[in-house]
Design a protein around this ligand. Structure first.
Ligand code: SAM
Length: 309
């Protein structure tokens, strides 16, 4: 095995650490039961480690039985398995088979892979070279390359306009990663009349305030694609989309999540029936504010009484 003679080398230790992470039992339960040969399995583990040493994996994806790209804690709303769980109800009623879907900022490729496995024809765009290479490896290993056209492309590339029309644009964890959300949304609205957006929302599920808050943090100082520009409120996103002529909206999954998932479309799709309306979310938001204010006032009153005594 290649581990022989790597003893003192720090690089080898890093690789071994990443490998240990890669071999684990978490990940994608619906992996088709394929028995990879031992050689094939070893090769997959090596390549996961190699790609992960340039830049850590973000999506947890099972590439062979019991072998995952990374074993990331899936408790946060931004994690791929949590997002997938959240959108699966919507996708059932949307029915992906035969649909043409664009995945913007596909990262390691988890969502494109899943949509391809559901029978969609996917175009996946990723600006970062390292993530592009990871996604390429994922699609090859899970044998979906015939259903996914992967492009190392930036959303600002004019060629994006030439990609044709899509039944659905997936825009997950993306809108807060671009400096001008309105122009990016207008580009996406020209590519499809159905957008599935997921974003970090300002003031959680606030609907009544059209805010864009500049954040400016980078999760990796050396990676230009990890900067978080503007965190929008739900109302800001809806106002921008309304300006672009989009008529129907629904909140996918838990409406109280800090990360909002929203379907925006121009047709009254059957999938909308299973979603929360914005009015419901708005009401929840108002109730939430009311309860918080009431609790604060009670607390202040009690504190005043205690101070007097
Ligand atoms: C926060 S990640 C979200 C990834 C994935 N969609 C998800 O929900 O897990 C944003 C992705 O968009 C990519 N990205 C950022 N800016 C981009 C741009 N201008 N054009 C294309 N991709 C970009 C990043 O490299 C990264 O993979």
């Amino acid at each position: 095995m290649i581990c022989i003679n790597l003893g003192k080398c720090l690089w080898a230790r890093c690789l071994a650490d990443i490998k240990a992470q890669a071999i684990s039992n978490c990940g994608d339960e619906k992996l088709p039961k394929r028995s990879n040969s031992i050689m094939e399995r070893e090769g997959i583990i090596e390549r996961i480690a190699e790609l992960g040493s340039q830049q850590p994996w973000n999506h947890s994806i099972e590439l062979a039985e019991g072998v995952v790209t990374c074993n990331s804690e899936q408790s946060s709303q931004g994690k791929n398995l949590v997002k997938w769980e959240r959108m699966s109800g919507f996708l059932e009623s949307f029915s992906c088979k035969g649909k043409r879907i664009l995945d913007i900022g596909c990262n390691d490729g988890f969502f494109s892979l899943k949509l391809a496995e559901l029978g969609a024809n996917v175009v996946a765009i990723e600006a970062s070279q390292e993530r592009f290479e990871k996604a390429q490896f994922v699609f090859e290993t899970r044998r979906v390359s015939n259903r996914v056209q992967l492009l190392n492309m930036n959303i600002y590339d004019p060629d994006v306009e030439e990609l044709g029309y899509f039944d659905l644009v997936l825009c997950m964890g993306f809108i807060h990663r671009v400096p001008d959300p309105f122009s990016v949304l207008s580009k996406l609205a020209r590519l499809s009349d159905t957008l599935l957006l997921e974003f970090k929302a300002f003031e959680e599920f606030a609907y009544d305030k059209p805010y864009l808050m500049f954040d400016g943090r980078r999760s990796d100082p050396y990676d230009p694609f990890t900067i978080c520009y503007f965190i929008p409120s739900v109302r800001a996103v809806v106002s921008m989309l309304k300006e672009l002529g989009i008529k129907y909206y629904g909140i996918v999954g838990n409406p109280k999540s800090r990360r909002v998932m929203m379907l925006a479309c121009n047709k009254n799709l059957p999938a909308l029936k299973s979603l929360h309306t914005l009015e419901e979310v708005n009401l929840l938001s108002l109730l939430n504010t009311f309860v918080r204010r009431f609790a604060r006032d009670v607390f202040r009153a009690l504190r005043g009484d205690f101070a007097k005594n």
